[in-house]
Design a protein around this ligand. Structure first.
Ligand SMILES: [Fe+2]
Length: 250
């Protein structure tokens, strides 16, 4: 399962890795396996973002080049990190329009699994969304609000739930039918097909339900939330912050 759990130990690295040819081949397999997903399963914001950033199946992109394009569009930047990011620094990063990019790629022998968010999950699954201005604003706002509570571990858990169910594992209604809106799904061939099958329980997007809902990182999601439209996510932060504060005061 391709997953993203921002837990202990990460640090910014000075240099983006020099990837080997076999590692570029792993990217190519992953990217090409998701051709159908980009064209027919993903929300257009994601598919358009892949194009705007110039991501292709040829090679693992040069992060500097991606950042040059992305910063001109929305001011966001990918920052190479080693390992997993702590929630506290992760949300602070979002508040500063930076997103951690795992400085490694998964093992080609087990291509559908990554033990931690790798360059494919982070750069391919997440960065294209930041080419959309409304999405870029939303994610920064989420980071600002969560980072205000970064000294409170329970608050980090609650804000992590919104990231999980709103940013990683999310579906959305469109005029073409149900599409995928979460980077955690979009960077996984298996999870993309699974989430659009009849297997998971699909519930209407609800901040109240999400703030009370724990999740597992090591299996396909048994329940996912579906948005009516992107603005439903972007406009949920006042309500979600109120719910978090209420939970913390109980
Ligand atoms: Fe992620």
């Amino acid at each position: 399962m391709d997953e993203c759990n921002r837990k202990p130990t990460s640090m910014k690295v000075e240099n983006y890795k020099f990837f080997s040819e076999s590692e570029h081949a792993t990217w190519k397999s992953l990217f090409n396996n998701l051709d159908h997903c980009r064209k027919h399963q993903a929300h257009p914001i994601f598919a358009n973002g892949v194009q705007k950033l110039g991501l292709t199946g040829e090679r693992i992109p040069d992060l500097k080049e991606v950042n040059r394009t992305l910063s001109k569009i929305s001011g966001w930047q990918g920052i190479a990190v080693e390992g997993l990011e702590e929630n506290e620094s992760f949300f602070t990063g979002l508040a500063n329009r930076t997103f951690p990019i795992g400085n490694f790629i998964r093992d080609a022998r087990d291509i559908n699994y990554t033990p931690a968010p790798d360059v494919f999950h982070d750069l391919y699954g997440h960065l294209p969304f930041f080419t959309d201005m409304a999405y870029a604003e939303f994610c920064q706002d989420l980071g600002v609000r969560a980072a205000k509570r970064s000294n409170n571990s329970q608050a980090m858990i609650l804000w992590g739930r919104l990231f999980w169910f709103g940013v990683e594992f999310t579906l959305i209604k469109t005029t073409q039918g149900t599409r995928i809106f979460g980077g955690g799904i979009l960077s996984s061939f298996g999870e993309s097909n699974y989430c659009l099958s009849d297997a998971p329980v699909v519930r209407p997007f609800s901040p109240k339900d999400i703030v009370a809902k724990d999740y597992k990182i090591d299996e396909f999601q048994k329940e996912v939330f579906i948005l009516e439209k992107p603005s439903q996510l972007y406009e949920c932060l006042d309500e979600y912050e109120m719910l978090v504060d209420r939970e913390l005061s109980l």
